[in-house]
Design a binder for this molecule. Structure first.
Ligand SMILES: Nc1nc2c(c(=O)[nH]1)N[C@H]1C(S)=C(S)[C@@H](COP(=O)(O)OP(=O)(O)OC[C@H]3O[C@@H](n4cnc5c(=O)[nH]c(N)nc54)[C@H](O)[C@@H]3O)O[C@H]1N2
Ligand SMILES: Nc1nc2c(c(=O)[nH]1)N[C@H]1C(S)=C(S)[C@@H](COP(=O)(O)OP(=O)(O)OC[C@H]3O[C@@H](n4cnc5c(=O)[nH]c(N)nc54)[C@H](O)[C@@H]3O)O[C@H]1N2
Ligand code: SF4
Ligand SMILES: [Mo]
Length: 700
């Protein structure tokens, strides 16, 4: 039997490692990391290395299914029936409630082809801007801050900057756990260049923090105060790149006045940090050195996430540490195609190619490109994720199509999210696994081909666009996501969805980016078949762009980057006598989100078998908690079961628990029953990182 070799981007984190597979008779014989392929050059972390084990036939959603009556199990149907039912019911809802009765909630795990066609379907054909994704819970604050400061989204640096950086500032990111292959590059850099220094800002002493020269255990939510304090000290010491500031930025003098007006003691109190640690960080930054910052959910998932991002960007602008090798503020993307989703404009205020629904010229351009009548695209942004679920609960939105995400577990205030799904008139769930917690609420289930089973394109954290080739046949009737949405669109009578392959979808999308900041028009299918490229890449002979803003010109009206004033704000919910502890949430190395995939891999489950909570010894003593005991964590909104792990890696009064285990693990586990839906006012990203809780024994 002939053996073939295929390559596909790892379906987990935004590092975007390329994984090779030797395949025979539709089975993977061996996985490997190709030595010459960027960005991982032969490296994989355990999640990527165990991908062979995720093909568990009995856990796959392999046929379309319809649930005839709520409360009864769904039954397999043909694609014709599933698509016909969806088309008919969506048409009816549109007739009775208007286009705005229909919403879509997607994911950074869809490939670009699928995310683009869903955007075209919702915003161009259905004409509802109620389209949002789990990226709202993930990076919307980072996106908003990049746009505010630089005029456009997109991380300016690239991975290779790791090999040029002299000081790393890793803030609100546990890279050793969540971007492990990239962190491996930082480790190597540190070991090879003894002058390199690493500062880690995280309330917990994580694996990442253990590798740091300076670990600053900031109080949960205290990052803006800390960054302002560091910036104030550096400005006072004259450590400002005045040439850069004067030539390439605006708003500095106002910012400097503001920094000078701040009271150091108040800032210290707000971030609750030992002054000696701040001093150490300032010392490391005093001498000019290439500064590369990595950041993620510890500063994004906050009611002042945009401001925290801006505080960090201000620091880079002040030091002139951007647009040159080894420098820049690098927002890490979480999911493999979160960046691609940004490019196709899948958030409720966006259109493809970094265009916006509120800009009349952008709407007109898209209407012309899509060949739809002028005025088709609604001018108001749709509802973002949290308000969308609220509208669903209140009956203002009637139908929700969910693809490649499991909001019953990953959404803040999961009780309320589940109630919204329960109240919906129509829920469509498109996934590759079954059962999932969200599938329990589905009226129609659509089986998606998964990693290795389809051809598609994704963009990683460094703007690198990588093509994955199909090397396995999907099980049963499972189909690529782009095919599914195209079929539904056609069944509804919309034109512009006649594509016959992922390549045809890509060709349409890439031309739409022409002239835009994320220009990918030079990335032809022929090129992507043999190489990966970083945007902008504006013509077929262009070699792609490793770094943005190397000439100090920014896509703002004046060409300058902008300083913004940043305020110190408390998290929305802080401890009180009834709920005396701060809960922060996140991830661990061996599990991926809601475990639909990693939960099938024995080797990964063995490393992380149960939901747990990290508790400081003093807190454990105060509240009578014992090691390995099962307890309830309780907030104003709900409760969940966790096992106690006593460790001084968390500060007193702060608990940490990962959100990986939902109700399919145990009916009483789902950490997001505790979290709340307070939003950042600019990005509308929810504050998943902080809520107030208490601990209860399981006997009550
Ligand atoms: N193994 C694994 N890897 C993953 C994922 C996964 O599920 N599993 N998910 C992927 C996705 S989608 C994403 S978005 C990324 C997320 O990657 P990260 O952002 O690194 O992940 P988190 O664990 O959510 O949060 C990071 C850290 O923020 C800290 N933190 C909490 N509150 C604060 C605060 O107020 N300030 C600061 N400075 N830090 C704080 C937490 O202690 C935690 O260590 O990971 C990606 N990689
Ligand atoms: N408390 C708390 N909650 C959080 C976070 C936190 O830090 N703390 N982080 C938030 C963040 S940053 C994120 S990104 C979200 C992640 O949360 P989710 O998006 O819910 O995470 P997953 O479990 O990865 O869900 C992806 C689903 O898509 C399916 N899937 C995988 N590949 C494909 C595909 O190719 N096609 C289709 N159709 N389906 C596919 C999987 O089987 C799975 O059911 O969680 C958010 N929730
Ligand atoms: S580092 Fe991320 S992309 Fe690379 S193998 Fe691990 S999970 Fe996959
Ligand atoms: Mo994420």
């Amino acid at each position: 039997m002939s053996q073939t070799v295929g390559k596909a981007v790892c379906p987990y984190c935004g590092v975007g490692c390329v994984v090779g597979a030797e395949v025979q008779e539709n089975r993977i014989l061996r996985l490997f990391a190709p030595k010459t392929d960027a960005p991982n050059f032969g490296m994989l972390c355990p999640k990527g290395a165990y991908l062979k084990k995720v093909f568990v036939p009995e856990r796959r959603l392999a046929w379309p299914m319809i649930r005839r009556r709520r409360g009864e199990p769904p039954e397999p149907v043909s694609w014709t029936e599933a698509i016909g039912t969806i088309a008919e019911r969506l048409h009816r809802i549109r007739r009775e409630h208007g286009s705005e009765g229909i919403a879509f909630y997607g994911s950074g795990q869809l490939d670009t082809e699928a995310a683009y066609l869903f955007t075209k379907f919702m915003k161009g054909a259905v004409r509802s801007n109620h389209m949002d994704t789990n990226s709202r819970l993930c990076m919307s604050s980072a996106v908003a801050a990049y746009v505010k400061a630089f005029g456009a989204d997109g991380p300016p640096p690239c991975y290779e900057d790791i090999e040029h950086a002299e000081v790393f500032l890793i803030i609100g990111a546990n890279m050793a756990s969540n971007h492990p292959v990239l962190f491996q590059r930082i480790r190597k850099r540190r070991l090879r260049a003894p002058n390199v220094r690493i500062i880690v800002v995280d309330p917990r002493r994580t694996e990442t923090a253990r590798f740091a020269d300076v670990h600053i255990p900031v109080a949960p939510g205290g990052d803006a105060a800390l960054l302002l304090l560091i910036s104030k000290r550096l400005a006072a010491a004259g450590r400002v790149d005045l040439r850069f500031v004067q030539r390439h930025t605006e708003g500095y003098s106002g910012y400097l006045n503001y920094l000078e007006s701040l009271d150091e003691k108040e800032l210290l109190r707000a971030c609750e940090v030992n002054p000696a640690r701040v001093e150490e960080a300032v010392e490391l930054l005093l001498e000019p050195a290439r500064l590369l910052s990595f950041y993620c959910q510890g500063i994004n998932q906050s009611t002042s996430g945009v401001e925290k991002n801006l505080a960090l960007i201000n620091l880079h602008l002040m030091l002139g540490e951007i647009g040159k090798p080894g420098a820049g503020p690098f927002s890490l993307t979480g999911q493999p195609n979160a960046m691609g989703g940004r490019e196709v404009g899948y958030l409720s205020h966006q259109l493809p190619g970094y265009r916006y629904v509120w800009d009349p010229s952008h709407r007109e351009e898209m209407e012309a490109l899509w060949g739809i009548p002028r005025g088709s695209i609604a001018p108001q942004p749709g509802l973002s994720a949290v308000p969308m679920f609220r509208a669903l609960a209140e009956g203002r939105i009637r139908a929700l199509w969910v693809a490649a995400t499991n909001p019953a577990v990953s959404f803040p205030d999961a009780n309320a999210a589940q109630e919204a799904l329960r109240r919906a008139e129509l829920v469509i769930v498109q996934d590759c696994y079954y059962p999932t917690e969200t599938a329990e609420f589905a009226d129609v289930l659509l089986p998606a081909a998964q990693w290795g089973e389809k051809t598609g394109t994704m963009t990683d954290s460094e703007r690198r666009v990588v093509r994955s080739q199909q090397f396995l046949q999907p099980p049963g009737e499972a189909k690529p996501d782009w095919w599914i949405v195209a079929q539904v669109a056609r069944a509804m009578g919309f034109s512009g969805f006649e594509h016959r392959s992922a390549e045809e979808v890509w060709d349409e999308f890439r031309t739409i980016t022409r002239g835009r900041p994320c220009d990918m028009s030079g990335m032809t299918n022929e090129r992507l078949a043999v190489e990966s490229l970083q945007w902008p890449c504006p013509h077929p002979r262009h070699r792609g762009t490793a770094r943005l803003y190397t000439r100090g010109r920014f896509p703002t009206p004046t060409g300058r980057a902008r300083f913004h004033l940043v305020h110190v704000r408390l998290p929305a919910e802080v401890p009180d006598p009834e709920y005396p502890l701060t809960l922060t949430t996140g991830r661990i190395p061996a599990q991926w989100h809601t475990r639909t995939r990693t939960g099938n891999v024995p080797e990964l489950n063995a490393q992380a078998p149960y939901p747990f909570v990290q508790v400081h010894p003093e807190t454990a003593q105060l509240f009578g908690m014992r090691e390995r005991e099962w307890v309830y964590l309780v907030s104003r909104r709900g409760r969940t079961l966790v096992r106690v792990e006593i460790t001084d890696a968390v500060p007193p009064g702060v608990l940490f628990s990962p959100f990986h285990w939902g109700e399919t693990f145990h009916p009483e586990t789902n950490l997001n029953r505790l979290t709340h839906t307070a939003l950042d006012p600019i990005s509308e990203q929810p504050e998943l990182k902080h809520c107030a809780v208490r601990v209860e024994p399981i006997s009550t």
